[in-house]
Design a protein. Structure first.
Lengths: 217, 419
């Protein structure tokens, strides 16, 4: 029996080591839960893409395979590389503005199981178009990824997932910081604030995203 | 014939290797390649060909057909067959165990001193050696002589160790009636895959490439090379993959016959590390990729790659590549970086300039006063046919975002948004 208890504890150790339940972004003070839907919404230049890339960087550098469903072909691999994303571990699906294809591709990825994260980027699609997305899609995704290591992340200009998401954050840009004077200015950073739409009493938190020029790398 | 082996020895086995293997392959599936020839199992041929003498005659005839002067022997143990073939002086006639008594002791692996003593005693051939009681010889010369006696008396022998395996196998099916939709043939291909994958599994091999060739009604052929980056024997996976690939580029005419070739390779190790992160199973990932390719087009699914060239967008999508899932071991502090998000297509803009400064910007979606901007950043190249030139600014628009504004020869464009 003593041997059996040893095997049991080692078994649990293996399960724990394969993936933690949460992905913690310590620099921002956010954590995302695996096996659930998370949503980041925000207007133009609110830092939602920066945050998503930070998350992808963390996962892909650890050797996890992540997928990006790029609804409007807006993804810039150069920015992703600068943010630290291991591009060789990223699957990029371009949907050319076709929202239906984007959702079907996301559905296929969810069915494949085992991805570290699936990022459905709906930025660039108009708000009226996003309102047409049936809520059942989100519940379908939620049920599919339940109890898998996959984190399903949705970014859009407006919150679209609704109650199906476990976490929903609204990002906004407080200011853009520029350095230099007169005509010789450089964009330096975005000062951002965000708050969870799931915690009504919570206060907005602050973070920043730096602008990196080729010479800074 | 309970056990029977044939051995062919060549003076230049390297030069004759392919022919020797082909000849051996005509008589047996179990072939062992040696430094100076081939050894193969001929059990079970007595009903098809005849007794050992007839088999040996046919082997010699086959070698003559191929203009090879080789020595052949047939015996019921592997080592005896090899010994007889090596010592056979004739290339026209095979050696048999009955010939072993005539062999001089020099041909056996007997220690030099022992050999000298045996010759001094007048023992010069195997027949003479076998007259001496085995126990006396073993007591005097040790276990080494016991091994030699085992070979010549055919009591013990090492088993054949086949080391020549097929690298591919083919399966073909001619249809009674032409079929225009491949999906109707799935059950036929299913049977073929059963054969081919069973063949690979029997040899402890796997496959990572299947070639499918259709003979079409218009007398042409359509060939599909279906490769994976990993070997697998999962039949359902192969069927789905074949179906997806053929659906992407279906044959132009009706199908008259199907030929499937499986290329064999070593099976993949299945053991993962204790601390390995979770990732999709390769079969599942490849199938998903193919389904998405069918949905959005082959050129729109893949791995992003940075391109080392001076262009407006120095990156591409590699549709052939699959995500590797390789860990990067390097220390890097976690921080967010402002990312560019492209507008596809770029958005046309009207720009107002006041006192040589950008002052106002308007597009069909938004507009506003330019609060801050940096630039102009001039970029371009004269690279052969890819000539391009741009003037760019980073622009913050009041109550809106920060954008990348570009001026071409004729118009202003918003090419992306910093987000």
């Amino acid at each position: 029996m003593r041997n059996l208890s040893l095997v049991k504890s080692l078994f649990h150790l293996k399960e724990e080591q394969q993936h933690s339940d949460e992905v913690l972004l310590a620099s921002i003070g956010l954590s995302f839960t695996r096996g659930a839907l998370a949503e980041i919404a925000g207007d133009a230049s609110s830092g939602k893409i920066s945050l998503s890339l930070t998350l992808l960087a963390k996962l892909t550098r650890a050797g996890e395979i992540c997928a990006l469903v790029d609804a409007t072909n807006s993804f810039d691999p150069c920015s992703a590389e600068t943010a630290g994303v291991a591009l060789e571990n990223l699957l990029w699906v371009r949907c050319g503005g076709d929202i239906e294809k984007a959702f079907m591709a996301a559905d296929l990825l969810v069915q494949a199981k085992g991805f570290g994260a699936i990022w459905l980027n709906l930025s660039g699609l108009s708000k009226p178009l996003l309102r047409y997305v049936p809520k059942t899609y989100w519940y379908r995704f939620r049920n599919r990824i339940k109890e898998t290591p996959t984190l399903f992340l949705v970014t859009a200009e407006t919150a679209v997932v609704g109650p199906a998401s476990q976490q929903s954050f609204l990002f906004s840009r407080e200011r853009a910081v520029w350095s230099g004077r007169g005509r010789f200015k450089l964009l330096r950073e975005f000062q951002l604030s965000f708050h969870s739409k799931k915690e009504f009493q919570g206060r907005p938190a602050r973070t920043r995203a730096e602008f990196v020029y080729a010479g800074d790398v | 014939m309970s056990r029977a082996y044939a051995c062919i020895i060549s003076d230049d086995a390297k030069r004759d290797e392919q022919i020797l293997l082909a000849v051996a392959g005509e008589f047996s599936y179990a072939v062992q390649r040696m430094d100076d020839g081939v050894l193969f199992d001929i059990r079970g041929l007595e009903k098809l060909v005849g007794g050992p003498k007839e088999i040996a005659r046919r082997i010699v005839a086959k070698l003559k057909e191929n203009d090879l002067e080789c020595r052949v022997a047939v015996a019921d143990t592997t080592e005896t067959a090899v010994l007889l073939a090596r010592e056979n002086r004739s290339t026209d006639r095979a050696a048999f165990p009955s010939d072993i008594g005539h062999l001089p002791l020099d041909d056996l692996e007997i220690d030099g001193d022992a050999l000298g003593v045996l010759y001094d005693l007048g023992i010069g051939s195997v027949r003479d050696l076998l007259q001496i009681p085995r126990e006396d010889l073993v007591r005097r010369y040790g276990q080494e002589i016991a091994k030699v006696l085992d070979v010549v008396t055919r009591k013990k022998a090492r088993p054949l160790a086949p080391n020549v395996r097929e690298t591919s196998a083919a399966w073909k099916y001619d249809l009674d009636f032409p079929v225009d939709d491949f999906e109707q043939l799935i059950f036929v291909v299913n049977r073929g895959l059963d054969n081919l994958l069973g063949h690979a599994a029997h040899d402890a091999l796997s496959t990572e490439q299947l070639d499918i060739t259709f003979k079409l009604r218009d007398k042409t052929e359509k060939k599909y090379e279906i490769k994976t980056s990993f070997p697998t024997l999962e039949k359902n996976f192969w069927l789905k993959l074949i179906n997806l690939r053929i659906a992407l580029a279906p044959p132009e005419s009706e199908i008259m016959s199907v030929r499937v070739v499986a290329h064999f390779t070593r099976p993949r190790p299945d053991q993962r590390g204790l601390y390995a992160v979770s990732r999709p199973e390769p079969e599942s990932l490849l199938l998903t990729l193919n389904k998405i390719r069918k949905l959005v087009g082959e050129e729109n699914v893949g791995v992003p790659v940075l391109v080392d060239e001076r262009s407006a967008r120095p990156f591409s999508l590699d549709p052939e590549a699959m995500p590797k899932g390789k860990e990067r071991i390097e220390v890097r502090s976690e921080h967010s970086v402002v990312a560019l998000s492209y507008f596809e297509p770029p958005v046309a803009a009207d720009v107002w300039i006041k006192d040589n400064r950008l002052s106002f910007l308007k597009t069909q979606h938004f507009g506003g006063r330019v609060v801050e901007y940096s630039g102009v950043w001039r970029a371009g190249s004269m690279w052969w046919d890819k000539r391009w030139s741009l003037e760019e600014w980073d622009v913050e628009v009041e109550n809106h975002g920060v954008y990348r504004l570009a001026k071409t020869e004729s118009e202003w464009l918003i090419t992306g948004e910093y987000d």
